[in-house]
Write a protein that binds this ligand. Structure first.
Ligand SMILES: [Zn+2]
Length: 130
């Protein structure tokens, strides 16, 4: 058909290769996204250490541990972690701040945070050391 339309012989194989390449590229992307979901990998556009540092900059937060970021499904990301607070009275304020930061800066829509007073954090650390 291409030859009839253009009279140019190389058109057919060139278009075939282009279409093949396009199919290969989109399959690769699909497979990679599926593997990321299955392995619960940190989404490639997000940096776990940067997210950790960003949470630690929130006033009232002393430390962050057990931080996880993963892909629930294509384009939908989740985060969970423990935040050690200086003052448990400020729990709601700290939770809102983490929530907003995850949404606005990183596009993470599902956020689960356990707030801990320093005493519980010490137990966590000691259990891990055993
Ligand atoms: Zn903890």
């Amino acid at each position: 058909v291409t030859i009839l339309a253009t009279g140019w012989y190389p058109a057919d194989p060139i278009i075939s290769v282009l279409v093949g390449g396009l199919i290969l590229w989109s399959s690769f992307k699909l497979v990679k996204e599926s593997v990321d979901v299955l392995l619960e990998a940190v989404p490639s556009h997000l940096d776990l250490e940067e997210i950790r540092a960003s949470i630690q900059r929130i006033p009232g937060i002393e430390a962050v541990h057990d931080l996880h970021v993963w892909t629930v499904t294509s384009g939908y990301f989740a985060m969970s972690g423990h935040a050690v607070v200086e003052d448990v009275e400020r729990t709601q304020e700290v939770l809102s701040a983490i929530h907003d930061r995850m949404h606005e800066e990183y596009g993470i829509s599902h956020v689960t945070v356990q707030v801990e007073p320093r005493a519980i954090y010490q137990i966590d650390v000691e259990e891990r050391a055993q």
